[in-house]
Design a protein around this ligand. Structure first.
Ligand code: HEM
Ligand SMILES: Nc1nc2c(c(=O)[nH]1)N[C@H]1C(S)=C(S)[C@@H](COP(=O)(O)O)O[C@H]1N2
Ligand SMILES: [Mo]
Length: 483
């Protein structure tokens, strides 16, 4: 049974003073990039308790920057580029069109990145294993809009065509955008849609209000939120985020999960689990009728009864799934710079504790999301604050390193003059604000403050190297300083 999800009408104290201080958020969502921007996943057990459909406040969120404040009555969708009839549509126009409504599981390509980061720090922050959620989306089919704009399949035959989606969120490197081949959207069985309702409600601001793209079976990064423009082009999207953030394939692809297997002996033998696929008989799906070529857009659940005693000699449970094309998950993770697409066998360690004549079993996941401790992959050294191993050496020249107390630093707290403290060192990052990949506000809300924990939780070694350029002196503890 789904637990009651309450407490989502108020503004979380962590959002006060950020550009998102108007958005109600669930207090239990685990924040992965400090206070802002909002990148968050539900605690795994809370997510699983909800079952097939994830309530909106617990759906994972991936925001590259502040959420744009858009309004139903004034928002427009522009369709232009290589089209014979450019469009400029209001939300009321869009809502009057024929609609599709069905559940889709979204997953961020960075899901389970923390496991990769435990092998070696990648360029991304620590997603646990809950950057995956499932909601029912009500929407206009994208191919309906494309036909209105005068596009048909023949247009793509001689010439490759791409459809570029642009969001209304202005980020340090321009607007968020990405593209996919046009043919994919024209084919009705691929179910590419522009959604305006999520689980029977208008989209929440974090999920793209008032309009977003849903491309079932594809990584979340393609599903542009706050959609404001669609441009048809013979080139792929030129958005920074298309090239640098989310260029990866994904083999969700609508294939049915056919088997889930569990191993208790490090992959030597596998036991077949019972599959539960709520998508197959969900009322909303049944209402749609039978698709000539069935596509499966949602997660499947599994269960298996194992006697308590079989765990005692077992060190680890691993799980793998197979799909209808006989694809299965790789045994080991493949580390990559961006920390994307970790889909390796999920392995849970079992610790047996003997107390007199009784046994207790403790199950341990590989990691816990963000900077939460725990998980067998998480080595204690990684959780301890990473001290920056450089110093502006005063032995080479007799230059004295300037020192500041916390009150000195606190005065440099604005866009024109912005200092921060990391590991007892003071940095002037005013000049860097505009170029910061995490956005101006991420730094600005911390201007004049000690950001050691937030900085260390979020950043790669590349960011740490960059930081050196902004070093201006050391922090001293002054007795006069007000804490
Ligand atoms: C001069 C100081 C800073 C430098 C040089 C810096 C550099 C960077 C770099 C290079 C990235 C890209 C990812 C990576 O390589 O790790 C990044 C991302 C990010 N930074 Fe910073 N950063 C600074 C300060 C801060 C501060 C003070 C905060 C807030 C506590 C912050 C929040 C973020 C966030 C949230 C992202 C992730 C963006 C995303 O992927 O959505 N940064 N930063
Ligand atoms: N405009 C815009 N669209 C976006 C993003 C964004 O930051 N801006 N993030 C993308 C990424 S990487 C993912 S995984 C999904 C997440 O959707 P959700 O926040 O509704 O779960 O949105 C995608 N669409
Ligand atoms: Mo993503």
């Amino acid at each position: 049974m789904a637990t009651n999800i309450t407490n989502t009408n108020s503004i979380d104290p962590r959002d006060v003073g950020t550009p998102d201080d108007w958005i109600p958020r669930h207090p239990e969502m685990v924040r992965l990039t400090g206070k802002h921007p909002f990148n968050a996943e539900s605690p795994l057990s809370l997510l699983m308790d909800q079952g097939f459909i994830t309530p909106n406040p617990l759906h994972y969120v991936r925001n590259h920057g502040p959420v744009p404040k858009l309004h139903w009555d004034t928002h427009r969708l522009i369709v232009d580029g290589l089209v014979s009839k450019p469009l400029n549509l209001s939300m009321n126009d869009i809502e009057k069109f024929p609609y599709k409504e069905f559940p889709v599981t979204l997953v961020c390509a960075g899901n389970r990145r923390k496991e990769l980061n435990m092998i070696k720090q990648s360029k991304g922050f620590n997603w646990g294993s809950a950057a995956v959620s499932c909601a029912i989306w009500k929407s206009v089919p994208l191919n309906y809009i494309l036909k209105l704009a005068g596009i048909n399949l023949d247009d793509c035959i001689n010439d490759p065509r791409y459809i570029c989606f642009i969001g209304a969120d202005k980020l340090p490197n321009d607007y968020y955008g990405t593209s996919i081949p046009l043919e994919w959207c024209l084919n009705d069985i691929n179910d590419v849609i522009l959604a305006y309702e999520m689980n029977g409600e208008r989209l929440p601001p974090d999920h793209g209000y008032p309009l977003r793209v849903i491309i079932p079976g594809c990584i979340g990064g393609r599903m542009v939120k706050w959609l404001s423009r669609i441009t048809i082009s013979n080139e792929e999207s030129d958005s920074y985020y298309h090239y640098h953030d989310n260029r990866y394939a994904y083999t969700g692809g609508g294939n049915k999960i056919t088997r889930v297997e569990i191993s208790l002996d490090d992959g030597k033998t596998w036991i077949l689990a019972k599959l539960n696929q709520p998508e197959l008989d969900h009322p909303v799906v049944l209402k749609r009728g039978i698709n000539p070529i069935p596509r499966y857009w949602c997660w499947s659940f599994w269960s298996l009864t194992i006697s308590f005693y079989s765990f005692i000699r077992c060190e680890e449970i691993s799980v793998r799934a197979w799909d209808a094309t006989q694809n299965t998950q790789p045994r080991n993770p493949t580390w990559n710079v961006m920390g994307m697409m970790n889909n390796s066998h999920f392995r849970v360690k079992i610790n047996t504790i003997v107390q007199g004549s009784e046994f207790r079993l403790i199950f341990e996941h590989p990691t816990q999301p963000g900077n939460l401790s725990g998980g067998w992959m998480v080595k204690s050294e990684i959780l301890s604050p990473k001290l920056l191993t450089f110093s502006k050496n005063s032995t080479n020249n007799n230059e004295k390193i300037p020192t500041f107390n916390i009150n000195d630093v606190a005065k440099h707290n604005n866009e024109k003059d912005c200092w921060i403290i990391i590991d007892q060192k003071v940095y002037d990052c005013t000049k860097f604000l505009k170029n910061h990949p995490g956005g101006i506000s991420a730094i600005l809300i911390n201007a004049g403050k000690d950001v050691t924990n937030e900085f260390n939780d979020i950043h790669s070694t590349k960011a740490r190297d960059l930081l050196k350029n902004f070093y201006i002196g050391n922090l001293v503890v002054s007795h006069k300083a007000k804490m």
